[in-house]
Write a protein that binds this ligand. Structure first.
Ligand SMILES: [Fe+2]
Ligand SMILES: [Fe+2]
Length: 300
């Protein structure tokens, strides 16, 4: 098949899935509004406050996150305005998105060894690891890295909602053992069954949600970040490593790894980030503790 035909068949598969799921479950309208508002250079803290203030449940969730041990801010933050002043528009946007993502991962067992809630536990673990890696790199990417980890496998949520039978078929091809260790490459199996992989679906969804480009890079390339141009891949590199760290945890604690045949931390990605093995070992050791604070923070 010529390359162009292949690409357009894949684009069609992505387009069909994204169209189909857009009436099933997506981010709440208010979250989409917050994203577009923060992306607009003309918007102010007052604009953001006005939008959030209209949704008391979201206000409460944001304040819970802001006041969690995870942020470790001194004293109790009682208002969204104060949170915006202390953390900035961008951080509050990321918190609002994080606080509204959990409900997309609800749902029962998909196969005897996999349920959507395992994917949520995994996403929290990858978010925790990504934040810790970003902290240690001191690049000022902490909030972005956390959110990037939270959404990296959102393409699998697209697959669950679009056609769960096809996902079951994909998982059967992977023939995972009881610990969820696959015997084949998930991306290749997804291509065979869906005509596109969860990376493609994740990228498509981020584009549809009008997320900043860096999140499309993460969802689209977390398994092969070095395929991205050097100036676009820091977040994808971070998430790639955190994904493998999380994969080593027990399944119910974030160890989802159907898409990770190997948990070896890729040295080319570590080199690209200029991150030493010692630093990563420290992060791995602290991961369960950070994950615990994240779970409490995002519990509904
Ligand atoms: Fe993945
Ligand atoms: Fe993952």
């Amino acid at each position: 098949m010529p390359v162009e035909t292949q690409t357009s068949a894949k684009d069609q598969a992505i387009g069909n899935a994204i169209r189909e799921i857009s009436h099933v479950a997506t981010l709440p309208e208010i979250t989409l509004k917050i994203i577009s508002l923060v992306e607009d250079p003309k918007s102010t803290a007052q604009d953001l406050h006005k939008v959030i203030a209209n949704d008391p449940a979201l206000c409460a969730r944001i304040l819970k996150v802001v006041n969690s041990a995870f942020y470790g801010l001194p004293g109790q933050i009682g208002s969204i305005n104060r949170a915006i002043v202390l953390l900035g528009l961008n951080a509050v946007k990321n918190i609002a998105i994080a606080a509204s993502l959990a409900k997309l991962f609800k749902g029962g067992a998909i196969t005897p060894t996999f349920a959507a809630k395992d994917l949520w536990a995994h996403s929290m673990a990858v978010a925790s690891g990504s934040k810790m890696i970003a902290d240690s790199l001191k690049l000022g990417l902490t909030d972005e890295a956390f959110l990037a980890g939270l959404i990296h496998d959102i393409g699998i949520v697209v697959e669950i909602q679009y056609d769960r039978h096809k996902l079951v078929e994909t998982i059967e091809k992977l023939a995972p053992d009881d610990a969820g260790v696959p015997t084949a490459d998930m991306l290749a199996c997804e291509e065979q069954v869906f005509g596109a992989s969860h990376q493609d679906f994740g990228r498509g969804l981020c584009e549809k949600w009008k997320f900043p480009k860096s999140f499309s890079y993460v969802t689209g390339y977390h398994h092969n970040p070095l395929k991205l141009p050097a100036d676009c891949r820091t977040l994808a590199n971070i998430v790639c490593l955190a994904d493998k760290m999380a994969g080593a945890l027990p399944l119910t604690d974030g160890g989802f790894r159907l898409d990770l045949p190997s948990l070896e931390l890729p040295s080319d990605v570590m080199d690209d980030l200029k991150l030493s093995r010692e630093k990563l070992d420290e992060i791995v050791a602290k991961l369960p503790e950070t994950l615990e604070t994240v779970k409490q923070m995002l519990a509904s």
